[in-house]
Write a protein that binds this ligand. Sequence first.
Ligand code: ZN
Length: 252
Amino acid sequence: MPLIKATAIVLRSRKWGDADRIVTFYSKERGKIGGVARGARRPKSRFGAALEPFSLCRLNLFEKAGDSLLRVSHVDLVRSSQKLRESLSLIDSAARMVNVVAAITPDGDPDPLLFDTLEQGLASLHESEDPAFTALLFQIRLLGVTGFRPQTDHCAACGKAHFVGEPQFSPLAGGLVCLSCAAHQRVRCIALSRGSLSFLQQAIRLDPTVVTRLRASGQVRGEVEAAIEGYVTVVAGKRLPSANFLSVAVSS
Ligand SMILES: [Zn+2]
């Protein structure tokens, strides 16, 4: 059985059998993969805390004939997720990041840019004073790198370039729509103020190294959060689970 080496982020981890865990990873080399970690729930498990959600680790895995799940044989922890499990707001934001990635990526389809985006997103949460806002910026960037960049230059439904009145964001069309297209959307559109539109356009276009300098509060933040929440729900094809789905325990 060939050994597989991968650098990966733990998306979720659930109990399996008496002492095992089934872990879903997003790996740089293989995209989203699932693995069984035998004995991971034993008190002196060799895996330690390396398989907690949001951890960055290096894995040794091997395939087992007739089983789609890989076997996790060795884990080196590269960046612990302990800090991200210290408060509910950090857990919620980190969970949002990994849930969106889990929901919009197929199994076994590697995308190194997506991996780097998730890795940087979780890293930036470590420094964040506003985790929910960091998660919002992450989602806007993730939509861009996965081919779902929100359309803000012309009507996402009919292509018309000039808008009259307040911009309307359609989660179903994936961007701004003109007033006549907005009237025909099956999912309610979100009216964006000019300030919200400007913020969204900057968040899409700015380089990730400077986008964290963006700020939004009050109405602008509320509108952009509603637009991105609606669009991500459409892209993911479902409402995303809450943090407790991940088996995350607050660590402090
Ligand atoms: Zn239109």
